[in-house]
Design a protein around this ligand. Structure first.
Ligand SMILES: *[C@@H]1O[C@H](CO)[C@@H](O)[C@H](O)[C@H]1NC(C)=O
Ligand SMILES: *[C@@H]1O[C@H](CO)[C@@H](O)[C@H](O)[C@H]1NC(C)=O
Length: 369
């Protein structure tokens, strides 16, 4: 009797935690900066006072920007709601969030460059930090969303986004909007797939109101990847896309290889030397006016296959297979696009082939196949 009461209480606690923790997936409090400073806390567009923006702590030259505001002859637009912040030289914004110790989280935020210089943002949750380059524009309106992941070492995560730049014009700095967080549940390899997260279904938060996907930045190691299981080892980001805004071969999510050979994803699988394996995957286009002859190169250790795909930019995919004999206990599976492609409706936006449904299986009796 007592046992079952305890069980019920445990279930209820669990349910409340689920509800209580539900805020975790989505915008952080005032993550779209719609709650702004009081006029007395502002000097023009510059925010005066550490705690002037509700839910945030700021430092340095931070501006509060209204959508439609002009900078020179550039009209500043904001992806979510009507307001955003701009981080000038050495400026930062900070927020503390309750999290679950030990859990992995991915943060997604939208940022736009406003000056011609290369800009970078340093995002951190101590002791982890990552410097995200914003060197290449991937979407035409200037805004891109970026993902970064961390493992919570404490029950509270202090998220800091810092512009380490030192530009001549102190107001030159990226606009930031829509900061969201999502708990990650790292998938495991199974006997149905020796790769983890082969369908890319587990990944960072994607904003419903943005149609440009989320960039998984370069130099992402697998232990802290916003795309669990996968690493981005290349110089440039890969793009995480969803079926609500793009065409994806399977499930709800996929990867778009947006920067040719500079944009690669990889995963290391455990293999048995001498055994034969098959790597299955889908290659397609995201239905985003990315047209032309594309080639995805897949690697499994030393073996490789080039998969051509003729894209009309209207969606679609084909399946491909790479069969190989493992030579090591660890085999690196990697994909990149041979070519650079630009959207036919917007020559300033990089795009590329989509990869999805990646499955690695060992072949029981290779001679029978
Ligand atoms: C990024 O920020 C963190 C936390 O403030 C800091 O420890 C780290 O050194 C910074 N990285 C760079 C490259 O500035
Ligand atoms: C998305 O955009 C619509 C229309 O602009 C707006 O009504 C809605 O509140 C937005 N949703 C979010 C989550 O911001």
């Amino acid at each position: 009797m007592r046992g079952s009461v305890l069980a019920v209480v445990a279930v209820l606690l669990c349910a409340t935690c689920r509800l209580g923790c539900a805020f975790i997936d989505g915008l952080v409090p005032n993550g779209n900066f719609e709650l702004g400073p009081k006029p007395s806390d502002m000097k023009g567009t510059v925010v005066i006072g550490k705690y002037a923006i509700p839910k945030w702590e700021i430092s340095g030259f931070v501006e509060y920007i209204k959508s439609g505001q002009k900078q020179g002859d550039m009209l500043l637009v904001v992806p979510e709601g009507a307001f955003a912040v701009r981080l000038g030289n050495e400026a930062s914004i900070k927020q503390r969030l309750r999290v679950q110790k030990g859990m992995y989280y991915s943060i997604t935020f939208s940022a736009a460059r406003t000056c011609a210089q290369e800009e970078k943002l340093n995002i951190s949750v101590a002791p982890d930090s990552g410097v995200l380059p914003m060197q290449t524009l991937y979407s035409s309106n200037g805004w891109d969303s970026y993902a970064w992941a961390f493992q919570a070492e404490l029950d509270v995560a202090e998220i800091v986004i810092h512009n380490p730049g030192v530009e001549e014009d102190p107001a030159c700095g990226p606009l930031i909007d829509s900061i969201a967080i999502r708990a990650l549940y790292p998938p495991k390899a199974t006997n149905k797939n020796l790769l983890k997260n082969g369908g890319f279904e587990e990944g960072p938060y994607i904003f419903q109101n943005t149609s440009w996907g989320v960039l998984i930045p370069p130099n992402i190691e697998d232990d802290h990847s916003p795309l669990p299981g996968w690493m981005v080892e290349s110089l440039k980001a890969v793009k995480y896309i969803d079926s609500a805004h793009f065409s994806v071969p399977g499930g709800y999510r996929a990867i778009e290889l947006v920067a040719g050979k500079e944009s690669a994803i990889a995963q290391v699988a455990r293999t048995i030397p001498g055994k034969t394996y098959t790597l299955f995957f889908a290659v397609g286009d995201a239905s985003n006016s990315c047209e032309g002859s594309m080639i995805v190169e897949a690697f499994a250790g030393r073996d490789t296959i080039k998969v051509p795909y003729e894209s009309k930019g209207k969606g679609g995919f084909k399946r491909a297979v790479l069969r190989f004999k493992a030579v090591s206990t660890r085999t690196r599976i990697m994909f990149y696009s041979t070519f650079y492609t630009m959207r036919s409706d917007d020559f300033s936006s990089l795009c590329g082939p989509v990869v999805d449904d990646v499955v690695l299986l060992s072949v029981r009796n290779p001679r029978l196949m």
